[in-house]
Design a protein. Structure first.
Length: 319
């Protein structure tokens, strides 16, 4: 029992010494014991020592000098090959971006109630409706693709050139054509875009889904710009899509809210609908005479339209 008590006392003393020492003191003591301590090696084989050494190296993430030099050599070789490639790539990107930024862009924009006809360098005719914008670079018409950027509503009569497709970039969608006539409505603030093909062929591509559809004449495509879905409709009245060129908008069984939206955009006004009717509207409204448009609506719905304040109106049913 005395031996056991002595061992416990010695262990407690050693524990107090360890707890009272700093990390640096413990490290120095352990190193001294390792180098000069009396450790019997009679019962330890060379195999056990080798195994202990390998375990220590494995936990320390140790690699042999030869293997490390081999890996380092390959890293140096890879770096010598990849570094020039990266430098050339960065220089190319910088040059392309700088060159692109330096290309002057032509811009044609229309205000409320304005319409403009533009002839592009390739002979393509564009009639731009109100509150719309067309941008293009003169240089693009001598390159592989003839590219323009569009926001709003416009009618395109594209000059045919199979070697140089005509591409319209417009808010989450691309329109690719060779030679054709079509109308496009795609305002930035709208949730949908509309393309009406009069003749020829165009390819629509949603930049949201990557899906494409090739249109045929007398088709109208409604594209959801958020989801990329396309609703394709056949119509016998494709010319209705370009009636705005004659200062008219033609409606065929359209919801009242769609009629109000069209009036608000054409005349830059705000209309509050105080009616509860769900009847659709069929008729033609002028885009350059608000009083005449209001008269047609009043007769069609037996309602009155009152001006509340500047550019603000309300539609009320007659009692």
């Amino acid at each position: 029992m005395k031996g056991t008590t002595g061992n416990k006392q010695e262990l407690n003393i050693e524990r107090e010494i360890v707890n009272g020492s700093t990390d640096e003191q413990l490290e120095a003591t352990m190193l001294e014991e390792w180098n000069h301590g009396i450790i019997s090696e009679d019962n330890i084989s060379d195999t056990d020592i080798q195994r202990i050494q390998e375990n220590i190296h494995q936990h320390m993430g140790y690699r042999s000098p030869g293997k490390s030099r081999y890996i380092l050599k390959w890293i140096q070789i890879a770096a010598s090959i990849l570094l020039p490639i990266c430098i050339l790539g960065m220089a190319y990107i910088y040059h392309e971006n700088k060159q692109y930024a330096s290309i002057p862009m032509m811009k044609v924009a229309t205000g409320e109630g304005e319409q403009v006809t533009v002839t592009l360098p390739d002979g393509t005719h564009v009639i731009i409706n109100s509150s719309s914008e067309l941008k293009y670079a003169m240089q693009s018409f001598s390159q592989k693709e003839r590219e323009v950027y569009f926001d709003g509503e416009g009618y395109y009569k594209v000059t045919k050139n199979k070697k140089h497709p005509f591409v319209i970039h417009s808010h989450n969608m691309d329109i690719r054509v060779l030679g054709t006539e079509f109308n496009i409505i795609n305002h930035k603030s709208d949730q949908t875009a509309e393309v009406a093909l009069i003749n020829g062929s165009v390819q629509l591509t949603s930049l949201v889904t990557g899906n494409s559809y090739t249109m045929s004449p007398n088709e109208i495509a409604i594209i959801n710009k958020k989801t990329g879905s396309m609703d394709i409709r056949q119509t016998e009245n494709i010319q209705d899509a370009t009636a705005w060129q004659q200062k008219q908008t033609i409606f065929r069984d359209e919801p009242m809210q769609q009629v109000i939206k069209s009036l608000e955009r054409n005349y830059n006004i705000h209309i509050k609908n105080g009616m509860k009717t769900n009847e659709n509207f069929t008729g033609t409204l002028p885009t350059n005479n608000l009083d005449e448009a209001f008269k047609i609506i009043s007769v069609s719905y037996n309602c009155s339209i009152q001006k509340i304040s500047n550019n603000n109106y309300i539609i009320k049913g007659k009692k």
